[in-house]
Design a protein around this ligand. Structure first.
Ligand code: CUA
Length: 156
């Protein structure tokens, strides 16, 4: 069977573009450290208060400019409320839920994740600008969903 030269060129072009697009999707999906949930981060959602590190939620300083924020979500609040950190600090958020799926969005940043019960959901962010950052739940979780928020104050 004879294939016309232009047809070959277009077929080749199509194959190259397919490889490029799949490559971009494959790389970008994991580029910012995103990982699908794994068994290594499973916990019992009915035992959150007894499970480390969630038995002591709060902000922990782990290095000069590095914090770990251990947080619990439940209808309709985040624990802890109102954290204060220094400008330029990197915070690793470890968040779990006691009941349903909640959201975790830091307004005006690209931090946005689902908080799935039974999992330790984590995300890291470096706060380069001082100010008040609002953390909101952006997954509908019940009648007072719109009230569910907390704050991080970043000071100079
Ligand atoms: Cu929690 Cu909406």
């Amino acid at each position: 069977m004879h294939i016309h030269r232009l047809e070959k060129i277009w077929l080749g072009f199509g194959c190259v573009m397919l490889a490029v697009f799949l490559g971009i999707i494959g790389v970008s999906a994991f580029a910012s450290g995103n990982q699908p949930p794994s068994d290594a981060t499973l916990i019992d959602p009915t035992q959150v208060d007894q499970t480390k590190p969630f038995d002591q939620p709060g902000l922990k300083k782990i290095d000069d400019n590095k914090y770990e924020a251990v947080m619990v979500s439940q209808a309709f609040q985040f624990t802890p409320q109102d954290m204060v950190i220094k400008k330029g600090a990197t915070v690793n958020f470890l968040v779990t839920s006691k009941d349903v799926v909640h959201g975790f969005e830091i307004v005006k940043t690209n931090v946005n994740m689902m908080v799935v019960p039974g999992h330790i959901n984590s995300i890291e962010y470096t706060f380069k600008k001082a100010g008040d950052y609002l953390i909101v739940c952006n997954e509908y979780c019940g009648t007072a969903h719109h009230m569910m928020s907390t704050k991080i104050k970043v000071v100079d």
